[in-house]
Design a binder for this molecule. Structure first.
Ligand SMILES: O=P(O)(O)OC[C@H]1O[C@](O)(CO)[C@@H](O)[C@@H]1O
Length: 506
């Protein structure tokens, strides 16, 4: 382990050295970086040439990677070492899609994943052969965002066997609006919850169970098989298991991905896993300098700690990826939103930036003004699809022209006599391009983000696999339920007043 304070000082020294060097001149002075700072891994192309480091700063970043033994920590992840240090367990999402480790725990995990995948295939076939037209997937966070993103992104318009619906929010408006469109005789319901203890999922699940006219169309995906049986009377044959060695936000590759298999077929789902496995093999085998996940993680650390940038935007230039920012918000911020190191000591540098974003070109007409001329520099991940797979060629060209133009304009800026019309430039971006929005390419992209998040966690010395920060609010909410029912009052004076206002207007 390196001395984090010294490494961060070294990074900042490079940032200070580069303070007066524009992004444009970094590229003009070293045009080879346009290709040298780029990667191709199967259907994915990634280019870091418009990030604000030069080769010297990169050398320092790679010393940081070596000092933190990123290669060893990658191996530890794949080998099922207890990298989730606070919960004393492995994080073996890689074993759900690849078989790259000889460690017995990873082998056993992979074998379990393969068994469940065979059962998933059987479920998909059985449901397709029956009367069901609509599938409701009830889950939240990691039990919702990944399948919702992937099923939405990869489904062909109007081609699927089922209409898929996702219910996550506890807001009754969501369930009311959904049920208005559905027929209880032709709907199957999936309850997706690793813990089977999440209030939103259980409450919405009870509503749907009571609404269905046949409880045998209620299925569960969970690591808590007993609870599914006790709480909903769902027998084992209608439960697909997951395991505590898969983090919720890393669980898309498990049976949690069943909605994706229902949307695009089991072969399509397995192609997505194969794309992720391709990225796994790259990340495990490539040396640090040739490793795209290491570059992505070091770029995040550079922007956060050397440049002090506090937010990061993700801009997919494809409507089908409009949920990607939401998905990444959970993956990145629930993983890295920590201020205590694995040993319990406070971190000595800033950790995660606030991740946000939207789809291009819509976002250009909403918040891009601030990206170009606001006082805060926001680094971007710009995501493009080379072949969007539709017949509107003019739309494709306009979209690509906009994507290229924004990357250039944000980086290079423009001068003008009128200060209101000056574009300062210096807005860094990473370019991530998929050949087509196909399962394999999406799998590779999402696996890249997972690995990058893990490596950022290693560098910051924090555990990316727990999420204790979400518990306090849940506890307080359950304590406040009696007050909402009028059986008690809140103890905190402000909460008491706010509660009175809510109840007074209900
Ligand atoms: O799958 P579960 O156990 O219902 O949890 C749903 C989500 O809730 C969280 O625990 C956060 O509240 C996430 O980490 C998780 O993905």
């Amino acid at each position: 382990m390196t001395n984090p304070a010294a490494s961060h000082d070294a990074m900042r020294t490079h940032a200070t050295r580069l303070q007066t060097t524009s992004l444009r001149s970094l590229v003009e002075g070293d045009p080879a970086r346009a290709t040298d700072f780029a990667f191709r891994i199967g259907p994915l192309y990634v280019n870091f040439a418009r990030q604000g480091y030069d080769r010297e700063a990169l050398d320092q970043l790679f010393s940081l990677a070596e000092a933190n033994d990123l290669a060893g920590r990658i191996r530890a992840l794949f080998d099922g070492e207890p990298v989730n240090t606070t919960e004393h367990r492995p994080a073996l999402h890689t074993a759900l899609r690849s078989d790259l480790s000889d460690a017995p725990v990873a082998k056993a995990a992979h074998a379990q994943a393969i068994d469940v995948r065979a059962r998933m295939r059987g479920w998909v076939q059985a449901l397709a052969a029956g009367p069901v037209t609509d599938i409701v997937s009830i889950g939240i966070g990691g039990s919702d965002l990944g399948p919702r993103l992937a099923a939405g992104a990869l489904s062909e318009p109007a081609a699927g066997r089922f209409r898929l619906h996702f219910l996550s929010n506890i807001d009754g408006n969501a369930v009311e609006r959904m049920l208005a469109e559905l027929d209880p005789a032709r709907t199957a319901v999936l309850l997706v919850s690793k813990s089977f203890g999440t209030r939103e999922t259980l409450l919405n699940g009870e509503i749907l169970r009571d609404w269905l006219d046949d409880a045998s169309r209620l299925y569960a995906i969970t690591a808590n098989v007993d609870r599914a049986r006790e709480a909903f009377d769902i027998p084992a044959e209608r439960v697909l298991p997951m395991w505590d060695w898969v983090g919720g936000r890393y669980s898309l590759w498990s049976a949690v991905g069943l909605p994706v298999a229902l949307a695009i077929g089991m072969d399509g789902f397995e192609a997505m896993l194969a794309g992720a496995a391709e990225m796994d093999a790259h990340v495990l085998r490539q040396p640090l300098r040739q490793n795209v996940a290491v570059w992505h993680a070091l770029t995040a650390v550079w922007n956060r700690n050397a440049l002090g940038l506090s937010t990061q935007a993700v801009l997919p230039y494809d409507d089908r990826l409009k949920l990607l920012p939401n998905y990444l918000q959970q993956l990145v911020m629930e993983s890295l939103g920590k201020s205590v190191r694995a040993d319990g000591s406070p971190v000595t540098c800033d950790t995660v930036a606030a991740w946000w974003g939207g789809v291009g070109t819509d976002s250009q007409h909403s918040f891009f003004q601030a990206l170009h001329q606001g006082t805060q520099v926001v680094p971007l991940d710009l995501i493009g699809i080379a072949d969007p797979g539709h017949d509107y060629r003019a739309n494709r060209d306009e979209l690509h022209a906009n994507l290229l133009a924004q990357s250039e304009a944000l980086a290079n800026g423009d001068s003008h006599d009128d200060p209101h019309r000056v574009y300062p430039g210096g807005r860094p971006s990473t370019w991530l391009q998929l050949d087509r929005l196909e399962p394999r390419a999406l799998g590779a992209l999402l696996a890249l983000y997972e690995h990058s998040v893990y490596l950022q966690g290693v560098i910051w010395g924090i555990n990316p696999f727990d999420q204790f920060g979400v518990e306090l609010g849940k506890q307080l909410a359950s304590q406040l339920l009696p007050a909402l029912a009028g059986d008690a009052d809140a103890s905190d004076p402000v909460t008491r007043e706010l509660l009175a206002q809510l109840r007074g207007r209900a």
